[in-house]
Design a protein. Structure first.
Length: 122
């Protein structure tokens, strides 16, 4: 079901929703939403944000700065709202998994942070 002008979504309908590509691959969950102000004064959702910085900011605002310092904006990515083909508990995207640069933060955190923790197996 494509989004139409008369549909209204709340942040609650979108935040934490699973993102699924056209080949039915799950690529993560929505961490945040970006919006822009239109000239007529309306606020319009523009993109879905996925990544650890956005998620950390939702947990506690000061955490966003700490995670930004460590990860340096490398892993948060925006997905244009136009890429969403179907809204529901799962947001279905028009593109394939290769079209979206997600999932790299897990490997970076494991290689650069978790490996130094005793008992991590590295």
């Amino acid at each position: 079901m494509p989004i139409t002008d008369d549909q209204i979504f709340s942040i609650r309908d979108i935040i934490d929703s699973q993102l699924e590509t056209r080949e039915k691959r799950r690529i993560g969950r929505v961490s945040d939403i970006e919006a822009i102000w239109q000239e007529d004064g309306t606020l319009v959702l523009s993109s879905l944000v996925i990544g650890p910085q956005a998620l950390a900011g939702r947990i506690a605002s000061p955490l966003r700065s700490i995670v930004r310092f460590v990860l340096r904006d490398r892993f948060d990515h925006g997905i244009p709202l136009d890429d969403v083909e179907d809204f529901g508990p799962t947001l279905r995207l028009r593109g394939s998994a290769a079209d979206y640069p997600v999932g790299q933060s897990d490997a970076w955190i494991a290689n650069h942070i978790l490996r130094w923790i005793p008992g991590s197996g590295h």
